[in-house]
Design a binder for this molecule. Structure first.
Ligand SMILES: Cc1cc2nc3c(=O)[nH]c(=O)nc-3n(C[C@H](O)[C@H](O)[C@H](O)COP(=O)(O)OP(=O)(O)OC[C@H]3O[C@@H](n4cnc5c(N)ncnc54)[C@H](O)[C@@H]3O)c2cc1C
Length: 358
């Protein structure tokens, strides 16, 4: 008998596996890594994400996540401090993914380690196995699998960059209780403390900005630190030794209503919200849960309806997050927006809410 397969054990795949398992589905969860790595991600969990994770039995607070009550925005020539209406959290992806994998296993899913090289409908060709699934939950996230890729034709694509600054008293004093967004021409950096007190600095930047620094991430960081002193201060004292991870051509703004019967696209494989919004993990978990529920009630044929419904649910948040990212990366617009927020903080609350999935 062919199996229900979930490809990818990130937030989307684990959420699907947990719901499928709890509904009696006994899925096979495939990931190329035997143990959760530490995906390139800002690690910011909004109150909405925390609520959604709670539905799966995963509490960021119990995992030791750093509580965040304030959003600090640093833009051209000015900064704004906004109190968040509900607590949010900073958590490493290693901690989050470890917990989600454990819940998936408790719910009855089986983890298999393999790198899938190609997907052809319900057929999966892996490095060490070939199989035909009765239903496939495609959750390979930031990485496309041959046969199911996403379009990447942007003229000046966004790249992701992440580094960690080790815990220190200075860092704790500066960043306690806050998420910081530093806006640059052509990108932004999000900074938040995580469960171990280290600062996760995660950036989305245009390729042209990289190119202007010879494609060298350290030259880029050094340049930004000099021109943006608040950001430079966050990098001190040991950033030069920190490991820098990068990811290319993130297809921000893409989402799809299309799929094949039996194939449920979830997480970044169905929608990629600009990361400035800090909503990607919530979309991943929500899509994984909704897809599993659709399969449990309608079987493999429910995939096409699920995909169309989820696409229409996510279109508004993606559009708002895209507009916010456009404003943030243009200095004149960012400066005007920060002035507006300083006088009417409720404006920002409204935009934040518009980028959340209902
Ligand atoms: C710069 C940046 C910052 C971000 N910051 C935030 C943030 O602060 N908050 C937030 O909510 N969201 C953030 N996001 C978005 C968030 O990281 C993603 O939306 C989320 O990780 C999507 O989850 P996923 O499960 O779909 O995919 P992933 O997290 O990418 O997981 C995919 C899984 O599939 C596995 N896999 C991939 N390919 C294969 C293969 N061929 N064979 C087997 N296994 C495979 C991987 O090993 C991995 O475990 C950020 C994104 C970027 C680019």
């Amino acid at each position: 008998m062919s199996e229900v397969v979930v490809l990818g054990a990130g937030p989307a795949g684990c959420a699907a596996a947990i719901e499928l398992g709890r509904g009696g589905g006994k899925p096979v969860l495939i990931d190329r890594n035997a143990r959760p790595g530490d995906a390139l991600c800002g690690g910011f969990l909004s109150w909405r994400t925390a609520q959604r994770l709670g539905q799966l039995g995963c509490s960021p607070e119990e995992l030791g996540a750093h509580r965040v009550d304030t959003l600090m925005l640093y833009g051209p020539g000015r900064s704004v401090n906004v109190t968040l209406s509900q607590p949010c959290w900073g958590l490493s992806r290693h901690a989050l993914d470890t917990r989600l994998r454990a819940l998936a296993s408790e719910a009855g899913s089986t983890l298999e380690v393999d790198t899938i090289r190609e997907v052809d409908g319900l057929e999966l060709h892996g490095r060490s196995s070939h199989r035909t699934a009765s239903a496939l939950f495609l959750a390979s996230g930031k990485h496309d699998v041959r046969g199911s890729g996403r379009p990447r034709e942007a003229a000046d694509p966004a790249l992701g960059l992440r580094l960690r600054i080790q815990p220190s008293a200075g860092l704790a004093r500066r960043l306690a209780g806050r998420i910081e967004l530093h806006l640059f021409p052509g990108g932004y950096a999000g900074i938040v403390l995580q469960e171990d007190g280290a600062a996760n600095i995660c950036m989305a930047l245009r390729k042209s900005l990289f190119a202007a620094h010879g494609g060298d991430p350290r030259a880029l960081l050094g340049g930004l630190a000099r021109t943006h002193p608040h950001f430079g201060l966050r990098l001190e004292p040991h950033w030069a030794e920190a490991q820098i991870d990068t990811i290319g051509a993130v297809p921000y703004g893409w989402s799809t209503a299309e799929t094949r019967p039996g194939v449920f696209r979830v997480g970044d494989q169905c929608a990629v919200i600009p990361s400035l919004a800090g909503e990607g993990i919530d979309i991943a978990v929500a899509s994984g849960m909704a897809a599993a529920k659709a399969w449990l009630t309608g079987g493999p044929r429910a995939s096409t309806t699920f995909q169309a419904d989820f696409h229409s649910a996510v279109t508004g948040p993606i559009r708002w997050a895209g507009a916010a990212w456009q404003v943030a990366e243009r200095p004149a617009m960012a400066s005007a927006a920060l002035s507006a927020v300083r006088f009417a903080p409720s404006l920002l609350e409204k935009v934040i809410l518009a980028t959340r999935l209902a």
